[in-house]
Design a protein around this ligand. Structure first.
Ligand SMILES: Cc1cc2nc3c(=O)[nH]c(=O)nc-3n(C[C@H](O)[C@H](O)[C@H](O)COP(=O)(O)OP(=O)(O)OC[C@H]3O[C@@H](n4cnc5c(N)ncnc54)[C@H](O)[C@@H]3O)c2cc1C
Length: 481
């Protein structure tokens, strides 16, 4: 937060030169290892990077236990990283041991409609394993880059309907605790740890693997509908609860003359058959190129925002009339990522009680234009209620508003973003909603406690299960420590 202009740019350059946000490591002059995350705004020196791989589980567990013991002995924190796509240092601990798991084994059980997967696996690997079996992940994010451990630990959500967050589709998982004990957690076994670690940001232990619900990989057809934003909620909730709809999203116009007033709703409905040929591994390069360039042409340009909306509302939904569930899920972040190191994409996400969506948008129309941030897209998703996780962001059914901003890598832009975020959070809280924690840590402690009323219970449990606070990251330091 207190970074000067030079370190903002250095952080950006270091990250831009490296191949992936998964492990952005750049040696500094002092020879320390500096890691970063998807925001490129969190250069964090760490004492050690431990990448643990291998098919031999005993070896993996022994190495991990050694790392935990060594870190505890030397008094440094441990933070696990998946793809490090969180944006506020949630996967990083200053001066700590940065652990990554390379455990991508996927074991489907077709008869039981479940699969077991290593926590280090990425969704693209899961899709490749499930697709030939006509199975699909029940819930995952909208892109395929993320790790299973990261997805579970932020309790992500996606756009398949009518699901709640990812945790509602987790059958069980195994986790290595701070004292080296390996525990199985489910709704029946170690149920307290299950509720704490789903959405627990790696603060209770290292997730080793998980058993997850699968869905059928139906062939789907898009049904787009354009409507004014004040008619959106009813149509959207009806569509989310229509059993034939498998996937559903909404979009809002972001050009200034029509700011958040025009909506597009796209439901993908099963056309009644499952593909016999595996297709998820073949996304179209031409389509990706076209959609990325149209999307990026909006940056800093009102004239770019109008054609993009036109393309989106008139063309996108008709480009691929029949598509499988897995094809829709199998898209990397790189398809729309920016390559300019002077700016960075920053996501926000607000969970709004459906009946308050129009009030939420009315406030956004006031707040956002008063700041200098460039809003490139607003996607709306349905998220069913989550009764089990302690840090639940959806106490009941919610409409999730995902906002993608482009922020210059300057301290001024960061301050402006922080001020705008604080207002948007106050606004959503006043409507009984909440906000998502894997993004920039611009909320105050008081805002976190209002959005997450069981935060004190979470902290007390953390101190019970991990009394020496071995597992720590920036989220813990800023809000809970
Ligand atoms: C472009 C983009 C699109 C996104 N889209 C969506 C979306 O559609 N839906 C959604 O819900 N979210 C979305 N997100 C947010 C995303 O789900 C989170 O940032 C998530 O953390 C990403 O997974 P990861 O593997 O990168 O996790 P990381 O960022 O590496 O880690 C996240 C947290 O999980 C912990 N963790 C990771 N692995 C383990 C493990 N094995 N054991 C214990 N703890 C672990 C980390 O310590 C950290 O606290 C998006 C983010 C980006 C950048």
């Amino acid at each position: 937060m207190g970074l000067c202009r030079r370190s903002f740019l250095q952080a950006g350059i270091a990250a831009a030169l490296l191949p992936s946000a998964r492990l952005v490591a750049a040696p500094t002059a002092a020879n320390a290892i500096v890691l970063n995350d998807a925001s490129r705004l969190n250069p964090t020196p760490v004492a050690k990077v431990a990448i643990l791989s291998g098919r031999d589980e005993e070896n993996l567990l022994a190495s991990l236990r050694n790392e935990l013991r060594e870190a505890a002995k030397e008094g440094r924190p441990v933070a696990v990283g998946g793809a490090r796509h969180s944006m506020g240092g949630q996967s990083l601990a200053r001066g700590g041991t940065a652990v990554s798991l390379e455990t991508s084994i996927v074991k489907p059980d077709v008869a039981a409609n479940v699969y077991r997967v290593g926590a280090g696996a990425r969704w693209r690997e899961v899709l490749a394993a499930l697709d030939p079996l006509q199975l699909s992940p029940a819930v995952m994010q909208s892109n395929n880059d993320f790790s299973i451990g990261g997805t579970l630990s932020v309790n992500a959500h996606g756009w398949p309907v009518p699901f709640g967050p990812f945790g509602t589709t987790v059958k069980s998982f195994r986790m290595l605790l701070a004292d080296g004990e390996l525990v199985t957690c489910s709704r029946d076994q170690n149920a307290d740890l299950f509720s704490l670690a789903v959405g627990g940001y790696g603060l209770f232990g290292v997730i080793i693997d998980a058993e997850l619900a699968a869905a059928s990989n139906w062939s789907l057809r898009a049904r787009p509908a354009r409507l004014p934003s004040d008619e959106f909620t009813k149509a959207f909730i009806d569509a989310a609860n229509q059993p034939l709809n498998a996937m559903l999203y909404g979009r809002l116009s972001v050009s200034r003359d029509n700011f958040l007033r025009d909506a597009l709703m796209v439901a993908y409905r099963s056309d009644g058959f499952q593909p016999t040929v595996a297709k998820a591994g073949k996304p179209s390069a031409a389509y990706a190129y076209l959609s990325r360039n149209i999307f990026r042409a909006q940056t800093g340009s009102e004239t770019g925002k109008k054609p993009r909306w036109l393309v989106e509302t008139r063309l996108t939904a008709t480009v691929s009339p029949s598509v499988t569930r897995n094809e829709l899920l199998n898209h990397p972040v790189a398809e729309f990522a920016d390559s300019n190191f002077r700016r960075t994409d920053i996501l926000h996400e607000y969970f709004v009680p459906p009946e308050r969506l129009e009030d939420f948008l009315a406030g956004c129309r006031e707040i956002i234009p008063r700041h200098s941030q460039d809003l490139l897209s607003v996607t709306l998703r349905y998220v069913g209620g989550d009764e089990s996780s302690v840090l639940a962001y959806a106490a009941g059914p919610r409409i999730a508003a995902v906002m993608l901003f482009v922020q210059p890598m300057t301290p001024e832009a960061n301050q402006d973003m922080q001020a705008m975020t604080a207002k948007l959070i106050d606004h959503v809280l006043s409507l009984g909603g909440s906000f998502y924690l894997p993004y920039r840590l611009h909320a105050t402690r008081a805002q976190v406690r209002r959005a997450y009323p069981r935060a004190e219970e979470f902290i007390a449990a953390k101190r019970r299960f991990d009394p020496n606070l071995l597992f720590r990251n920036t989220l813990w330091d800023r809000y809970f420590g």
